[in-house]
Design a protein around this ligand. Structure first.
Ligand code: KG4
Ligand code: ZN
Length: 333
């Protein structure tokens, strides 16, 4: 089965061709440059850029895969969660292709797509898995008992991890998106230099809270500035990053133990973070867990993850009606 995957939920236009769980092409047009000067994603600019890029990216994905539109057996498209205008661009295109080609369209939850990337690179991998999903808009621990089925065990009660990375990076004058910048600068810093709070670390729930950490970092910077001290940005970045990653890793591993999971998957843009990747592997493997860390290119938003998740559903005979629309708050279930 050959499926086209279309992802337009935020600021990456992604189109990919996946054939039976193998990625044949995966083209991403990033809009980072368009949003950078605003310090964040501007929804209307995102929608317009998707509209400009999508057809060209689709042609490129088909040609890199060496196939034609006629070869497609189905179209998978993100229908939520995300920015409504951005989602509608991908959805309109997906439905038009499906209608014209007379093939099924399947709406995919963006977060389900993130988790499916783990299975693309490890064909031997089977559910059940426990997923830590960390992105610009979400931070959660979810159980995946079987493909396409999820139970959220815990999630952030305030900011998402990527949002915290982006806000702190912006506060210290680093570029957008801030996650990769903090990650890069933190390599030269000492993660133990500053003791930032680890919220909810010892609570029995699997929930997260990041707004207190953000406030603590900003207060720490202001105090140093008031005292006329220079700030060691690499130490600050490394200590902030460590506070986020430490809680995420500890809670995910504890959840795996308490809920009887042997395999942990990390997914979403923040799963590209080098410290999260290393620490989850290190501590998880110490507990005898199989820790699956997708390659960096598959962690950030892309079309292959949507095609992969859609393929699972299409293979089971599922499809969506042509009345499929965007759901900005679509819940993972
Ligand atoms: O999954 P994603 O591409 O888009 C959403 O679904 O939100 O995630 C984007 C987020 C941004 O907040 C970005 O700063 C963060 O992922 N991110 C990182 C890294 N690379 C991307 N955060 C920390 N370290 C990274 N290396
Ligand atoms: Zn994402």
């Amino acid at each position: 089965m050959i499926v086209l995957g279309i992802e337009t939920s935020c600021d990456e236009t992604g189109v990919a061709v996946v054939e039976d769980h193998t990625v044949r092409s995966n083209v991403v047009a990033s809009q980072t440059d368009l949003h950078a000067r605003f310090g964040g994603v501007v929804p209307e600019i995102a929608s317009r850029a998707h509209l400009t890029n999508l057809s060209l990216i689709t042609q490129q994905a088909l040609s890199e895969a060496g196939i034609r539109l006629d070869d497609l057996d189905g179209i998978a498209v993100t229908h939520g969660p995300g920015l409504v205008g951005a989602l509608l661009v991908g959805l309109s295109a997906a439905k038009a292709y499906a209608f014209a080609l007379d093939v099924p369209v399947i709406g995919v939850n963006h977060l389900e797509g993130h988790v499916e990337t783990a299975f693309l690179e490890r064909p031997d991998l089977q559910p059940p898995v426990l997923a830590l999903i960390v992105s610009g808009g979400h931070t959660m621990i979810a159980a995946m008992p079987e493909h396409s089925r999820f139970e959220i065990l815990g999630q952030t009660i305030d900011d998402a991890a990527g949002e915290a990375f982006d806000k702190i990076a912006r506060f210290v004058g680093l570029g957008f998106p801030g996650g990769p910048e903090i990650d890069r600068i933190a390599r030269d810093g000492d993660p133990a230099a500053i003791k930032f709070p680890r919220a909810l670390m010892n609570e029995p729930s699997y929930d997260f809270s990041l707004s207190g950490l953000k406030t603590a970092v900003i207060r720490w910077i202001r105090d140093r500035e008031m005292a006329g001290e220079t700030i060691n940005v690499p130490d600050l970045a490394a200590s902030f990053q460590e506070a986020i990653v430490d809680v995420q890793v500890a809670k995910t591993i504890r959840a795996a133990g308490e809920r009887g999971f042997e395999r942990i998957v990390i997914a979403g843009g923040v799963a590209a973070n080098s410290r999260l990747r290393a620490l989850m592997k290190e501590r998880g493997e110490m507990q005898g867990l199989d820790v699956i860390v997708p390659s960096v290119a598959l962690c950030t938003d892309n079309g292959a993850m949507i095609a992969a998740a859609g393929m699972r559903r299409l293979m089971r005979g599922e499809s969506s009606p042509l009345s499929l629309t965007a759901d900005p708050n679509l819940v993972l279930a």
